[in-house]
Structure formats: C-alpha cells, structure tokens
Design a protein around this ligand. Structure first.
Ligand code: PGA
Length: 258
C-alpha cells in the first residue's frame, strides 16, 4: 500500500520568527497524533530552511525546499543548488509549481533539468503538473497533463523514476478555495498512472506517489485522500496554520482506518 505523504508548501510566507512558532506548534501537535503510514514534509522559504532544519531534528517531520537551480555551483546570482539544499538537511524539493511556470516562465524542459539534478543529489523532487481553467473548459486536461508529464520526466531511467513524487495541481484550484472534486482529481491521478505505466511499467506506476494539490483543507481532505489513487496532498494556504495542517494530516491517518 502506498504511504500518504502530506507536504506543506509555505510559498513566500513566514519570516524566521514566524517559522520558529509554526514549526514548534506543528511539532507539538504531531506528537499527539498517530501518524502510521503518513509522512509529513514542510517546505518553508529558503531563508527559513536552516532554522526549520534544526527545529525538526529528532522529529518525524521532513524538510523540503520550494525550488532550486540545476547547476552545481557558479555564477548564477540569486540561485540555490541541490547540493546546498542537501547540506542543510533537505530531503525534498518542489519543482515546476504552476506559480513558477506562470510568473517565472519555467518550461517543462527547464523543469526536467532540475528534476535530474535533484535526483543526482538524492533530493526527492515533488514535480507539479496541472491544467488551467481554460484547459479544463476546452476539455484538453489530459493532453496538457500528458505533455507536461512526458516533458518533465524526459530521459529519466527506470531507477530515477522510482525517486520522484508527482503532484497533480489543477491551476484553477490553487488558492481559489475551489478544489477539484475527489472524483475529478482521482480520474487525472489514474490517467497519470496510465502514462507512467506506458512509459515504464505497471509496477512502477503502481508504486508512484501522486499527491493532489489545490485548496486542500481540513473539510475536504478526507474525501480527497480516501480516493484510490490520491496518495497525499500538497497543501498551500491551509499549511500556514498548525491547526489546519494537523487536521489534514489527521484526515490522512483516518484513510487507513476503514
Ligand atoms: P493552495 O495551494 O492549497 O493554497 O490551493 C496549493 C499549492 O499551490 O501547492
């Protein structure tokens, strides 16, 4: 059975003081929760990674970054490498988030370079794909997803494909309070698994973790997470308060108690 993975994407939120409070609160609240089969990841901004890394030591919380560059080091002003992230205890990195595609013109080809570099440094990339509202309304969701998946995973070996997470995040559902219905999301997750099975094998597709993201909150989390092919959530807004983040994790633990 695939493990549920709940990741909090803090985006450009929380200074270092706010980070200390939030991480401590999440840590305290997690202690009271039975987390069998649920992994918890927090992805604060770059400036908070070092302090968060220290705070979560000895806990089950894992650390992720929100982006990275695909070169080892050098004259790339403003960028952060996989090696740097690894050196401060990051185990995950979100790549190809729709906000990076939209505001920073990231393409599938560029994201593909980062994916390969992340894997090289033993960082697990959480690779985001998702259609716009226009895409969904023109009924080309599957074409968009297939192009994105093939682009971001281009050239990945069988061994490399086992070291990634995919996050399906319909752009129209991000930060809008309008989540995909559990059935809509599950249908796309199954489609992603089908593409992976064609590109690699059914076994690989079955093992792949596919998270859903887009307005996940404590109210809708259980229904989304109990779908057959939804293996976790990439949470934005609702991860900025310990209460709602913990309740989403709690919903994930409930999915095993049927
Ligand atoms: P949201 O963001 O939960 O605020 O919709 C999700 C994401 O962008 O990862």
């Amino acid at each position: 059975m695939r493990k549920k993975i709940i990741a909090g994407n803090w985006k450009m939120n929380k200074d270092i003081h706010e980070t200390v409070s939030l991480v401590n609160e999440i840590k305290d609240r997690l202690n009271g929760l039975s987390k069998n089969n649920v992994d918890v990841i927090i992805c604060p901004p770059f400036t908070s990674l070092v302090i968060a890394s220290g705070l979560i030591k000895g806990s089950t919380i894992k650390l992720g970054a929100q982006n990275m560059y695909h070169k080892d080091d050098g004259a790339y002003t403003g960028e952060i490498s996989a090696r740097m992230l690894k050196s401060i205890g990051c185990e995950y990195v979100i790549l190809g988030h729709s906000e990076r595609r939209q505001y920073f013109s990231e393409t599938n080809e560029f994201i593909n370079l980062k994916v390969k570099q992340a894997i090289l440094y033993n960082l697990i990339p959480i690779i985001c794909v998702g259609e716009t509202l226009e895409g969904r309304e023109s009924k080309v969701t599957k074409n968009i997803i297939e192009t994105q998946i093939k682009g971001v995973l281009s050239g990945l070996t069988q061994e490399q494909i086992n070291k990634i997470i995919i996050a399906y995040e319909p752009v129209w559902a991000i930060g809008t309070g309008k989540n995909a219905t559990p059935e809509q999301a599950n249908e796309v997750h199954q489609f992603i698994r089908k593409i992976i099975s064609r590109l690699y094998s059914w076994d690989t597709a079955e093992r792949l973790t596919i998270q859903y993201g887009g307005s996940v909150n404590p109210q809708n989390a259980y229904d989304l997470l109990s779908q057959s092919d939804i293996d976790g959530a990439l949470v934005g807004g609702a991860c900025l308060k310990a209460d709602s983040f913990i309740n989403i994790i709690g919903a994930a633990t409930q999915c095993y108690v049927k």
